[in-house]
Design a protein around this ligand. Structure first.
Ligand code: CDT
Length: 317
């Protein structure tokens, strides 16, 4: 029996600081209903989609910071979205800032929830690769304080959902080949990735002209090398003066982009994704059981930073 699924990448335009969650959810409801009318069975929203991208500021007032986080999901502002998705029989993926209370301790994660068509929570993923810095760097045009506001999540766990094997990653995770391979080793067939990516990268402005290229490069490589579908979804446009890339897309296991957003605003990219298309790659060039050589990969887990070989002290014959 063919296992195919219509997926909508639901790109969001900017969310300003003054926008309320209720206003954002109204926009998400429009996208959700449009996607359902196009036959979508899963609608994928971006990273930290309910608020502006708050790590761009140093926020010292704890109550002000806490207000960007969700302590429950769904919460009062998001319940309507979950109810409507369930009524329509459509699955949901959305990214949000999660605040957990463990006794006196607060734990903060950059999280994404995956919800099945019947409303059941399929998974909650917590971002592993947190980019940026923990201390303010005033020389930057804007801050990127994810290392201050979140702790890294425990890892990448694929789940059975939507008739296939599904994994989730968030934004910066998509730049790391380890993300896809750890999911690939669990037989992943669909990877969902929300992102907020500024055009300007303060430590390396020479990369700015390449942001859209790098975005697709890493996700297309991850898809092909692991024989999986990848859905990448942006929060895009000019948010509080910070320009962010769009380029939300659906990528087949061939590595090809099969649906693509063309604006930096609220927009859908929709494709029918045949999960069995993964098999052709998983059973041939990327048949891991047949071809991988883990004995040669030890450094991947034993070493974090690169250590070049020592200087050559003369040739050895
Ligand atoms: N949200 C997030 O992870 N953004 C980062 C910006 C880092 S600058 C290269 C990203 O990797 O897109």
């Amino acid at each position: 029996m063919p296992r195919s699924l219509v997926i909508a990448a639901a790109q969001l335009g900017p969310v300003q600081r003054a926008h309320t969650r209720e206003q954002v959810v109204q926009r998400m409801l429009v996208l959700l209903r449009d996607a359902a009318a196009m036959g979508a069975e899963l609608v994928v929203f971006p990273e930290l989609c309910l608020t502006t991208f708050f790590p761009r500021w140093l926020i010292e007032d704890e109550a002000e910071l806490d207000a960007y986080y969700e302590t429950r999901m769904p919460g009062p502002a998001t319940q309507a979205l979950f109810d409507e998705a369930k009524r329509l029989g459509v699955g949901l993926h959305l990214g949000y800032a999660e605040l957990q209370h463990e006794g006196d301790r607060k734990r903060r994660f950059n999280a994404a929830m995956l919800v099945e068509r019947d409303g059941r929570v399929a998974s909650i993923y917590r971002k592993v690769h947190l980019p940026g810095h923990a201390e303010p760097e005033p020389w930057r045009r804007f801050q990127h304080l994810e290392k201050r506001y979140f702790e890294p999540g425990p890892g990448f766990t694929a789940v059975r959902a939507f008739g296939g094997v599904v994994g989730v990653a968030i934004c910066n995770d998509r730049r790391w080949s380890e993300t896809y391979r750890v999911l690939g080793l669990q037989g992943v067939e669909l990877v969902l990735i929300g992102y907020n990516t500024p055009v300007h990268n303060p430590p390396a402005p020479e990369h700015d002209r390449l942001g859209d290229f790098h975005n697709h490069l890493v996700m297309q490589a991850g898809a092909y090398q692991n024989g999986t579908w990848v859905v990448g979804v942006a929060k895009a446009g000019v948010e509080e003066g910070c320009e962010m890339i769009g380029g939300s897309c659906i990528i087949a296991p061939t590595g090809e982009v099969v649906a693509l957003c063309s604006t930096r605003d609220d927009e859908l990219a929709v494709a029918r994704c045949d999960l069995d298309l993964c098999n052709s790659y998983k059973r041939s060039v990327f048949d891991f059981a047949k071809h991988r050589q883990p004995h040669a990969y030890g450094l991947i887990v034993s070493r974090t930073g690169a250590i070049p070989p020592e200087q050559d002290r003369g040739s050895k014959s």
